[in-house]
Design a protein around this ligand. Sequence first.
Ligand SMILES: *Cc1c(COP(=O)(O)O)cnc(C)c1O
Length: 392
Amino acid sequence: MSSSLHYFDYAATTPADPRVITSMVQCLGIDGVFANPASTSHPAGMQARNLVENARAEVARLIGALPDEIVWTSGATESNNLALKGFADSAGRPAHIVTSRLEHKAILDTVASLESRGWAVSYADPDRNGAITVEAIAKALRPGTAIVSLMLVNNEIGTLTDIAAISAIVHSAGALLHVDAAQALGKTPIDVNASGIDLMSISAHKAYGPKGIGALYVSSAVAQRLAPQMHGGGHERGLRSGTLATHQIVGMGAACAIAHEEMNSDTRRIAKLGERLLAGVLPLERVRQNARDGLRIPHTLSLTIDHPGFFPFMLVGDLAVSSTSACNSAAGTPSHVLSAIGLSDQASARTIRLSLGRFTTEEDIDHAITCIRQVVEQCKPRVAAVQASASV
Ligand SMILES: *Cc1c(COP(=O)(O)O)cnc(C)c1O
């Protein structure tokens, strides 16, 4: 990364770890492991297949699954589609789905497509701290609820869902639990069995792997209840056809192996950097951290700089921050996540997301503090003017 780039957008995507890149380039050229992993009639194909299966085992180990429970996809968006549409197709007739107002568009839009096929949908509301509580899910469940889909970590505010507590009531209502864990992989420990997760979406590019590869965890107990969304050669036990992308898969496996070793130390270091950043900016007038008191990961910080005249674009020349999530920035609409936790459209427009990661340095943090202080100073005369006019 060029040293002038102060990157604070790890929640949108991460650079691939150099060790991941090394593993990937060995799977492309004539001297590498380029053969089709399905061509097991010859040694080159077997070699590719072994790399794919080793990677599958690494991904499975990181989340406490069995290798056979991992289905390769192109990323979390596809995994979410396979989980929900695959379940709906297999169910045959429409039923009821529960999700939340904090979900990523890859869930909300997929749920909307089920709704257009006759499914009923309930959206659980978060509490003031941005948490989806057991009570909120209990209220949304009803006879006929077939599946519940919730994110483990929110991409805009970094809140963590207590999935283990929620899975118990979901299962006692006879429904399945799907979890979008794209923002959790490699940041917080995940154990699909201990948490009672039936289906879980993950992606490599949020965890120092390459873009274009992800997986759906499909508990062996529910594999029969999923219909494929991609038909073809019957790869991945018939659940997702298409020639396996050895280099991508190997990259995701390497990223998961590194995360298994380094997640705890990474997270501790990032938590310290986050505290340093907050200590530098929260004392500033009208600067607030959203969902501060909720259960959170330390990597993703949502700050409202509530000054008239402040716009996130004032910072983006110096800092690669996001105004909300990458997706909402493209749409230019107020974030549905910030609205759901009670922010006004105005406060939402004055909110930035700073997401930290493996390559964030103290120097990056101090630079961010300086930039934020400067914009707050710039905005102060406007605040004074607004206050003066209000007191007339
Ligand atoms: C990034 C993200 C996705 C989409 O993942 P892709 O692999 O880019 O398709 C889905 N859900 C959440 C919560 C995300 O953060």
